[in-house]
Design a protein around this ligand. Structure first.
Ligand SMILES: NC(=O)c1ccc[n+]([C@@H]2O[C@H](COP(=O)([O-])OP(=O)(O)OC[C@H]3O[C@@H](n4cnc5c(N)ncnc54)[C@H](O)[C@@H]3O)[C@@H](O)[C@H]2O)c1
Length: 268
């Protein structure tokens, strides 16, 4: 796939899955702009990705409208029309619903769900004006369809992304813009670290259908994101695609394991 005349905005490309998606896009010649909140990640990823003039960063948060506008203004100034958007930035922390603060709820839901809305709105406005179509990939989670104790805010946000994806596919399809979401299972990234080790990690491996069982690498998610952005996926929109080695077929771990292992609650 030659993407040399194309530009993509990838949120949170300073680490993990976003970084792998940015690397895959740059490898194929695309220009990449990332809105990333963590300066240290920007510095490390800049060195690792070695994108030169084809990679630009906007430091800020996907949940702040002014930061999102700044990222798209930077993309327009440096590269012109943005053809692809990957809503990847996300965060999570574990707490039972009864212990979750309003602040934590807002932080996680705003990062995952409001950020996806703000970036999609900014992307769609400029893509509709440009009239060249485009594609959006939202990085959701298996938690969009499978609940985990201690992740009420995260599960709600990720499920919200799945339905938002379908609404956007309907509204934007007439402008030649496709919108899909990916549901990663356990992925070896800093965010996924708590779920790939110990008994929880083993529970995921036990439910993996593809042999040999393993946790996903960020590049596994990037491969599918690239396909969904590509002309090969021209007739695919509004979908939720699990990328989990089949973990979703057998359900996730026994949910008490997460809460118990994190010291949130004792098994009844
Ligand atoms: N790792 C997993 O097991 C897993 C599983 C399912 C879904 N996901 C989803 O994949 C996405 C990427 O996760 P990851 O595992 O690569 O995490 P990660 O922590 O390795 O990387 C996330 C990046 O996003 C940035 N970020 C966080 N909040 C931001 C904000 N408000 N604005 C801009 N940038 C922000 C972080 O600084 C970081 O660089 C997330 O949406 C996550 O929910 C991850």
């Amino acid at each position: 796939m030659d993407l040399s005349a194309q530009t993509a905005v990838v949120t949170g490309a300073g680490s993990g899955i976003g970084k792998a998606i940015a690397a895959a896009l740059l490898e194929r010649g695309a220009n990449v702009v990332s809105l990333e909140i963590e300066p240290a990640n920007i510095e490390a990823a800049t060195a690792e990705l070695a994108g030169g003039d084809k990679l630009a960063w906007c430091e800020g948060s996907v949940s702040v409208a002014a930061d999102v506008e700044a990222a798209f203004a930077l993309a327009a100034e440096r590269f012109g029309t943005v053809h692809h958007l990957v809503n990847n930035a996300g965060t999570a922390s574990l707490s039972l619903v009864v212990d979750t603060s309003e602040e934590d709820w807002d932080h996680i839901v705003d990062t995952c769900l409001k950020g996806t809305f703000l970036c999609t709105r900014a992307f769609a406005r400029q893509a509709i004006t440009a009239g060249e179509g485009g594609a959006v990939v939202n990085i959701s989670s298996l938690n969009a369809v499978a609940a985990t104790d201690g992740l009420g805010h995260y599960c709600a946000a990720k499920a919200g992304i799945m339905q938002f994806t379908q609404v956007c596919a309907g509204e934007l399809g007439r402008h030649g813009i496709r919108v899909n979401s990916i549901g990663p299972g356990t992925v070896n990234t800093p965010l996924g670290a708590g779920f790939t080790v110990g008994r929880i990690g083993q529970e995921f491996l036990d439910r993996t259908l593809v042999s040999p069982a393993r946790h996903q690498e960020a590049s596994d998610i990037a491969d599918v994101a690239l396909f969904l952005l590509s002309p090969g996926a021209a007739r695919i929109t509004g979908h939720f695609v699990p990328v989990d080695g089949g973990q979703h077929v057998r359900g996730l771990h026994s949910y008490w394991d997460v809460a118990e292992a994190q010291g949130l609650v004792a098994r009844p």
